[in-house]
Design a protein around this ligand. Structure first.
Ligand code: HEM
Length: 496
């Protein structure tokens, strides 16, 4: 008779109690092992399968659960249920990350930081997969893989390569704005609590009258901005490669819950057609003077996941996950990401990854997807597995349909993303430099000089000169400071 109340017995994965867990079955105390010790096999075999593919980018990360609370009424812009009324609370998950490093790399590297939010709303999970920067390096998704290769390891040396990075950036001046932010002190934030987050992309809002607005999301840290200097960040990489993970975990464990204010910039559809900056260009910001920040609510992180692998490694965020009242925009990068993330997650976690508890919608899901590896939710039971059918009452709700959208053109083609009118790569990074106080300007210059000093090989001067021209175009003082730091003679008349 088994004692079923006694749950403290060590068992195999199939529930058989272990009689022994430290010595393998052998022929004689000093003899070889027996093939029949299936517990040994199970332990070794499961261990061999512990690793899953790390994220192809943003592999190193930290996350916490929390709550989003609405503080201001924005229902004139969106009917999304999450914003339904002031005071409404929604459970959420926020994962921070670095971009280029592997899962075991230091989280104080100079790199943008990921800022990926999952809101568990009644209309499904809404994911906002942003960064701590309002812009990005490229403006067409076809360029993403090439760009990321330059941030990873050189195929020959297996090391990071400043030459690859600056070669790419110098050949793609659309990257200048983001590179300027990356090289500023904001490229080395003091952990994850002291930085802002951005949707970066433009999304759309749809209100209950079916009117569309364009929107950018901002998350302003209530802890205040705090950055490492370059030297401090470099030192921290060896002192504590998990500094940001530790800082987040310890603060939440101690009840010091980090918070961010969600704010939005809103543009009407009519304005989007005439605004002097392409509102769907991810390398540009919408100046706050034209589109001031409006308050929406606050997020608070207040619970560390009990198990990192379960809730963080297996978390799957996707820009495709929008909900009623929130839609996409024509931003080409966003359009590319709609496809890329679920595709990556089917590879990384398997076809049924949405059933993993951290990804599962806590309200309900209904569909006719069946089977596949690791199907663990009952697989629809006896219910019909096709649509339409005469047996169940599952329906499509047409009230969720977005209003029709008039597009700018009906001519398909490969348009030059940097054609006339789309090729000002310099004004906004120049403005950024001019906005910095002198000490920050000096840091920016010395960080760029330090990073560009790593360029080597036969194309060194070609790459340096090409990139220097971009810095000069952004601001002659910036260009001159960098040239001087690199020991390159420039005619001082260029400053006049
Ligand atoms: C076309 C451009 C892009 C492509 C194709 C792309 C692709 C990817 C892929 C495949 C992943 C791994 C997903 C996973 O395995 O779960 C990822 C992660 C991520 N990406 Fe992108 N990405 C792009 C641009 C961006 C931009 C512009 C941002 C920010 C504004 C961004 C922010 C992130 C973040 C935060 C993560 C980590 C999400 C997490 O914490 O799990 N990406 N990206």
């Amino acid at each position: 008779m088994k004692d079923l109340d006694n749950h403290n017995k060590l068992t195999t994965a199939s529930g058989t109690p272990y009689a022994q867990n430290e010595d393998s079955k052998s022929v004689g105390s000093r003899g070889p092992l027996l093939l029949e010790d299936f517990i040994l096999h199970e332990k070794m075999a499961h261990f061999n399968r512990e690793r899953i593919p790390e994220r192809v980018v943003h592999a190193k990360g930290s996350a916490a659960f929390g709550t989003f609370t609405v503080t201001h009424d924005i229902t004139k812009y969106t009917k999304a249920k999450i914003f339904l009324e002031v005071g409404k609370k929604t459970d959420m998950l926020l994962r921070f990350s670095t971009v280029g490093g592997e899962k075991g790399s230091a989280d104080t590297e100079r790199d943008p930081r990921g800022f990926a939010l999952k809101f568990y709303t009644e209309d499904g999970n809404w994911d906002l997969v942003g960064n701590n920067t309002p812009v990005f390096f490229v403006k067409d998704p076809k360029k993403f893989g090439d760009f990321i290769h330059t941030q990873k390891r050189d195929p020959y040396t297996n090391m990071k390569s400043a030459t690859m990075m600056w070669d790419f950036w110098s050949l793609n001046p659309e990257s200048l704005h983001q590179v300027a932010i990356l090289m500023s002190d904001r490229g080395t934030p003091y952990g994850y609590r002291h930085m802002h987050g951005f949707s970066s992309h433009t999304f759309s809002f749809i209100n209950s009258a079916n009117e569309r607005f364009y929107v950018k999301f901002h998350f302003l840290t209530k802890q205040g901005i705090k950055n490492f200097t370059d030297a401090e960040a470099v030192a921290m990489k060896s002192q504590d490669p998990d500094f940001a993970q530790r800082d987040l975990l310890d603060n939440i464990d101690a009840g010091n819950f980090p918070r961010w204010d969600m704010k939005i910039q809103v543009m009407t559809e009519a304005e989007s057609r005439t605004y002097h900056i392409n509102p769907f260009d991810l390398t540009k910001v919408w100046p706050h003077a034209d589109y001031p920040l409006m308050e929406v609510g606050t997020i608070e992180l207040n619970r560390n996941p009990d198990n990192y692998f379960q809730d963080v490694e297996q978390a799957a965020f996707a820009p495709a996950h929008v909900v009623d009242g929130i839609g996409f925009s024509p931003d080409k990068m966003l359009q590319g990401r709609i496809l890329s993330y679920p595709d990556a997650q089917r590879y990384r976690l398997g076809a049924n990854y949405e059933q993993i508890p951290v990804n599962r919608c806590p309200y309900f899901t209904n569909n006719y997807q069946r089977d596949g590896q690791m199907r663990v939710d009952g697989n629809g039971g006896k219910n019909p597995n096709y649509f339409p059918n005469s047996f169940d009452n599952i329906t499509v709700d047409a009230s969720y349909k977005e209003p029709a959208q008039e597009l700018e053109s009906n001519v398909a083609g490969w348009y030059d993303r940097n054609a006339e009118g789309e090729n000002d790569h310099y004004t906004q990074p120049g403005n950024l430099f001019r906005l910095l106080v002198p000490e920050q300007q000096q840091h920016l210059i010395s960080n760029i000089v330090g990073a560009m000093s790593g360029i080597d090989g036969p194309k060194r001067m070609e790459i340096i000169n090409r990139q220097l021209c971009h810095w000069f175009r952004a601001d002659p003082r910036l260009g001159m400071g960098i040239a001087q730091g690199l020991g390159i003679q420039i005619d001082p008349n260029m400053l006049q």
